[in-house]
Design a protein around this ligand. Structure first.
Ligand code: HEC
Ligand code: HEC
Ligand code: HEC
Ligand code: HEC
Length: 472
């Protein structure tokens, strides 16, 4: 049954691709088509398969209609109330009314409208965003995977490497880390006030003193990061981070803004050595895979640090959720919000995306949405199965990588190999670390794209073996 449904959605995906869903203003009603296909693949068409792919910023036009409907006809209201009462019908994007409302005025000197200021207009959204504080659990990766200390030797991540937690903690966690953070560039993905500072004052902001700038920052990740000050405009999404525009140029429009706003921070990036400016190492969907990005770094001769014991020029990957997801199986028909922001209804009837970003495995509403395609598969078990497999492989490959590093360090210090030979081995080690890290640091642990995770670990292992051959 699951296979049938997934096959159906693959067909749907191809159909949508042809219709180029990421072009604006598309709202494809495919009920008839879905029913037909469903019969073919033997899926009982449960309810109306209305593929709602319209982007929120396009919604005001529809909203106007929706507004008139709600205001003008008691019937429409009764219907909404009815469906809420029934409870069994799960809410979809189509239930959200994207109203145009007047934005509050910003009290802050930098002009960023804060969550507290938006709360008067969008109480449910602001309160739900505040609930990100409930996600406070975090662990030390260095304790969980001790081999990392050896691999990252000589770099800040060997000192302190905590798992991520909710958006409410960004300013605390960036200040608390034992990794060195002399300049303000570390605030790039932590607060809208820094985003605004860069937008207003240019890349000079990146080299300002960390402590001085941190003291002025008001908000953790907030409305401005994803909406600029435009949330009143039907929840319009805006890519506010300047490096995204600089790196992607016009290609920024080839990404669904709902995915791209998360991709502003949940990405692989580097700091340009001269300016400390944050930058994405690719310019398009085609150039964002691990091979292409590695080639990019080779090309510009970039490294994050030189490792003393091995003499190798090393790279550290950062949380490439966006890149991993975009090359995965859901990217063509789901947005980050579909699995991380449940659609909820308040007591007064407002339907909205909860802005508490959470694991779909820990939220019943989100888990229910999986069933449309995954049927009655136990999703928690399914996802954990993938994660257990990937995590076990990480330990296996990471341990081998650490052993390889020891051999190289020994050779580097003993003088048992020529400099040419050492350089060959160093470059193999650099690349093996790259592919290992690309998988390890991606926060879904294989759930976003298990094939990419497997491929990276296999590639790393092959490289380690070819490097170890020098010591046979
Ligand atoms: C302005 C940068 C920024 C944007 C935009 C952003 N995030 Fe985050 N996100 C972070 C940072 C930084 C953390 C880690 C915070 C910490 O640990 O202190 C994080 C943490 C998370 C976590 C919790 C991770 C965990 O392991 O508990 C989730 C889930 C998440 N983000 C999802 C999203 C989604 C979905 C979007 C888009 C709707 C998004 N984020 C947009 C910066 C951002
Ligand atoms: C098809 C559903 C789906 C979509 C769409 C999706 N994710 Fe995830 N994501 C997951 C699952 C499943 C996990 C693993 C959750 C767990 O381990 O509890 C996860 C984990 C994460 C985590 C780690 C946090 C945590 O709670 O473990 C982050 C951060 C994240 N996703 C960000 C994103 C971003 C950014 C996007 C869009 C580019 C995205 N996700 C799209 C399903 C999805
Ligand atoms: C991390 C990024 C992020 C932040 C921070 C954020 N939003 Fe959103 N917002 C989104 C995404 C993603 C959607 C869903 C868009 C879609 O339909 O795919 C959304 C949707 C909305 C909508 C449309 C209605 C709905 O629920 O879908 C409104 C209005 C809105 N946000 C207001 C706000 C306000 C006000 C704040 C601050 C209190 C805020 N947002 C903070 C990303 C963000
Ligand atoms: C619109 C349809 C659709 C929805 C909704 C959906 N999925 Fe999927 N999912 C798919 C398809 C299609 C595949 C690919 C199946 C294959 O290739 O065998 C897939 C595969 C997966 C995989 C394996 C990915 C990999 O790379 O190995 C995971 C994990 C997953 N889904 C989790 C979820 C979770 C969790 C939810 C709900 C929060 C969800 N999915 C909702 C269609 C969907």
């Amino acid at each position: 049954m699951q296979a049938g449904r997934l096959f159906f959605y693959k067909l749907l995906t191809d159909y949508l691709r042809v219709k180029s869903m990421y072009k604006r203003k598309i709202n494809i009603i495919i009920c008839g088509c879905a029913a037909g296909l469903a019969l073919i693949v033997g899926v009982a068409a449960t309810g109306c398969a209305k593929a709602e792919y319209s982007l929120p910023q396009e919604a005001p036009a529809e909203t106007a209609a929706a507004e008139t409907e709600t205001a003008g006809s008691g019937a429409a209201e009764a219907e909404t109330a009815g469906s809420a009462e029934a409870g069994a019908v799960s809410l979809t994007r189509a239930d959200i009314k994207y109203l145009n409302v007047e934005a509050p005025s910003a009290a802050s000197a930098d002009g960023v409208i804060t969550a507290a200021e938006w709360e008067a207009v969008y109480p449910e959204i602001a309160v739900s965003m505040g609930n990100n504080a409930e996600n406070e659990y975090h662990v030390s990766y260095l304790e969980e995977s001790p081999y990392l200390v050896n691999i990252y030797e000589g770099y800040g991540f060997a000192k302190d490497y905590e798992s991520a937690r909710g958006h409410s903690y960004t300013l605390d966690d960036v200040a608390a880390t034992a990794r060195p953070h002399p300049t303000a560039n570390c605030l790039t993905c932590k607060t809208p006030n820094f985003t605004k500072l860069v937008n207003d004052q240019g890349v000079g902001a990146y080299t300002m003193d960390f402590n001085e700038v941190h003291a002025q920052m008001q908000e953790t990740v907030s409305c401005y990061n994803c909406h600029a000050n435009e949330a009143g405009n039907g929840g319009q999404l805006v890519v506010t981070h300047s490096y995204v525009h600089e790196a992607l140029g016009d290609n920024v429009d080839t990404f669904d803004p709902s995915i791209m706003v998360c991709g502003q921070c949940h990405i692989e990036y580097y700091f340009v050595p001269e300016t400390k400016e944050a930058m994405m190492p690719y310019s398009s969907l085609e150039t964002m895979g691990p091979e292409a990005v590695y080639a990019y770094y080779q090309n510009i001769g970039f490294s994050d640090w030189t490792q003393e014991s091995t003499g190798a020029q090393m790279l550290k990957v950062q949380h490439p959720e966006f890149e991993t997801y975009m090359n995965g199986k859901h990217a063509k028909f789901l947005k980050c919000a579909d699995c991380h922001m449940p659609i909820e209804q308040s007591e007064s009837g407002t339907v909205y995306h909860s802005h508490k970003l959470q694991s779909p495995l820990e939220n019943e509403t989100l888990l229910e949405t999986c069933a449309a395609c995954h049927g009655d598969t136990d999703m928690v078990e399914f996802v954990h199965g993938i994660q257990d497999e990937i995590t076990a492989r990480e330990t296996e490959v990471g341990t081998k990588l650490s052993d390889f590093k020891d051999k190289l360090a020994e050779a580097n210090q003993s003088g048992s190999k020529s400099e040419d030979e050492l350089n060959e081995i160093r470059s193999i080690y650099r690349e093996a670390q790259w592919y290992f890290d690309y998988c390890y640091v991606e926060n879904s642990e294989g759930a976003h794209n298990s094939q990419l995770s497997r491929d990276c670990l296999d590639r790393s292992e092959e490289l380690i073996e070819s490097g170890m051959a020098y010591f046979a």
